[in-house]
Design a protein around this ligand. Sequence first.
Ligand code: ADP
Length: 253
Amino acid sequence: MSKPEKLIVDGKRLDGRGPFDLRPIKFQAGVLKRADGSCYLEFGGNKVMAAVYGPREVHPRHLQQASNAIVRYRYNMASFSVEERKRPGPDRRSIEISKVSREALESVVLKELYPRSAIDIFVEILQADAGTRVAGINAASVALADAGIPMKCLVSACAVGKADDTIVLDLNKDEDNYGQADLPIAMNQFGEITLCQMDGHLTSDEFSTAMNMAIEGCKKLHELQKQALVEKYARGVAPIAVDVPEAGGETNE
Ligand code: ADP
């Protein structure tokens, strides 16, 4: 993909958004039968599946903690998720993303309720389009709640950055590749920041503006996450249709 001449034209970004706009977002909770909790998320062109297992026994056992559950997070990019086939398996980038994403979520999990056990989070990036780590955190947070893991609150995440000297929310692929700065942020419901990374350069004023935009973005994501969980439970308690034979009809007896 070649570098576009401009990333912002007449105040609009190349995908038609204004600087404060998020891409279209769709969460679906409880999509996997065999996981304790799950969430499928489309975030712009990103397609992400998160699955949560646990609390369950820790293997290998020497990793057990006597007074806490351990939280493990595996971020994986499918080889077909990017334009050129990605070599399968972990690499430095996925190990780093797994670590920071685990840290972003761990502080809201009530780990002390499950000593000697593990809570495993798997995030599979099926299609990547910039912002996969924040998409993974959003989906994982819903999957944890769907698994019934006790948490203080949800964690929401979005990136903010700078392109063509403008601070923009939720970077697209061109802005991520050719922009001047990229800041993935995660925040819990109490406004505490649980992930803050930065590539590129921002002045301190730009940094404050960017943080405020990211906080607003996280608040919108939080509403969508809650909605996905409410929808899942509304589905769960929907009355089951039962075929009742009509009165006076034939029976098989
Ligand atoms: P994030 O996905 O959290 O923004 P990066 O900034 O590392 O993380 O990556 C930006 C984007 O670059 C990814 O979303 C993906 O679209 C692309 N990308 C990352 N790794 C690869 C890779 N190995 N091959 C091709 N594209 C990749």
